[in-house]
Design a protein around this ligand. Structure first.
Ligand code: SOE
Length: 351
């Protein structure tokens, strides 16, 4: 494990459940490494440099964004499979290097786009893939948070040298565009975006990363859509909502209410509840408790890590987000920044 924060804790819980031996944890400071290793149940602590040359079974990278490229590259070169937090890298070119390297070396590279692991997201995907929802006409979505609302709020994601050139989009917009493409089975081909930095200064430092992004997009299949991403939306915590209108039915998923899926029809609409007995195969596969007992974020994370480890064991789990998917999100992030800067439509490069 590289990292000692919230993500290190969430990954560690999921890894232990998936049968991993928690061997070694490294954070930026020796004292933090020792404390976090003990608290999370790792056998020992080390420095990142020591850990990275070891050739461990799997390395989880849960450190600030700008370190992902060097850490993931070093782990792959040492022969380790890698689970790297999003954004996989802070540019499309860097993310491509990692995606290519993991594939060339035959090593698993997985990125925790974990909202894919809510069973009702799989149900939405299945209804579109089977044709039940019809042709995708429009997509609308939002991912709204408020934890950076005040000028006094600060975090390593704000500074370009630790968070990278994009903040709100790379941090949470990446989840949303991953879901747009995963659920629709389509690809965002071009977009036009506008960004806002509400607070020009935080903690006495100038801010160069965006607080909010609004964008309009086109899909390869002819659909069009609009997305809103903000970390300064009062009252919103992890308000990810995705609504896709097909020619037969609409589908709406809300991350804060993940046990339900709204299926809109012109005649009568449905509100489906997660129930492994009635849902699609993949939604049922990821249901680990009976209907009526709520599953949530950590369950999604557990499902993701279990699938990543299954891939390490040579299986091909359905819908595992790989470094190629991390690359997609990085290319879309590049396009967002380029469009906002130029004030024009931008084509999204192919992954
Ligand atoms: C902070 O914005 C954060 O923890 C993101 O980094 C996660 O990806 C998201 O799931 C919750 O919010």
């Amino acid at each position: 494990m590289l990292g000692a924060g919230f993500m290190a804790r969430t990954h560690s819980t999921a890894a232990r459940l998936a049968g991993a031996q928690l061997d070694v944890l490294a954070a930026s400071r020796p004292e933090t490494s020792r404390t976090a290793a003990a608290a999370l149940g790792y056998a020992r602590s080390a420095s990142p440099e020591e850990l990275l040359v070891e050739g461990l079974g799997v390395v989880h990278v849960c450190t600030p964004n700008t370190t992902h490229l060097d850490y993931a590259r070093a782990a792959l070169l040492a022969g380790s499979h890698v689970i790297c937090e999003k954004p996989l890298a802070t540019s499309g070119a860097d993310a491509r290097e990692l995606a290519d390297l993991s594939e060339q070396r035959g090593l698993v590279g997985a990125v925790p786009f974990v909202y894919r692991y809510h069973p009702m997201v799989r149900e939405a995907r299945a209804r579109i893939a089977s044709g039940e929802a019809g042709t995708v006409l429009t997509v609308s979505g939002q991912y709204l948070q408020d934890w950076l609302l005040a000028a006094g709020d600060d975090n390593w994601r704000v500074a370009t040298d630790s968070g990278g050139p994009s903040r709100a989009f790379a941090d949470i917009g990446s989840h949303l565009v991953d879901l747009v493409e995963f659920v629709s089975g389509d690809r965002i081909t071009r977009l036009v975006a506008t960004t806002r930095t509400v607070h020009e200064e935080r903690a006495g430092q100038p801010v160069h990363t965006e607080d909010a992004v609004a964008l309009t997009l086109e899909l390869a299949g002819g659909g069009i859509g609009s997305l809103l991403i903000s970390q300064v939306a009062p009252g919103r915590k992890n308000g990810l909502v995705l609504e896709i209108a097909g020619s037969h039915e609409s589908i709406r998923f809300e991350q804060e209410d993940p046990e339900r899926l709204w299926v809109g029809r012109r005649g009568a609409s449905l509100l489906l509840r997660r129930d492994p007995d009635t849902l699609s195969v993949d939604a049922a596969r990821l249901s680990n408790v009976p209907a009526g007992h709520a599953q949530g974020y950590q369950d999604a994370f557990n499902g993701f890590v279990a699938d990543a480890y299954a891939a390490v064991a040579g299986e091909h789990p359905e819908g595992l987000p790989t470094f190629r998917d991390g690359l997609r999100a990085a290319l879309i992030t590049d396009a967002v920044l380029e469009s906002a800067e130029a004030g024009t439509w931008v084509e999204v490069s192919k992954a």
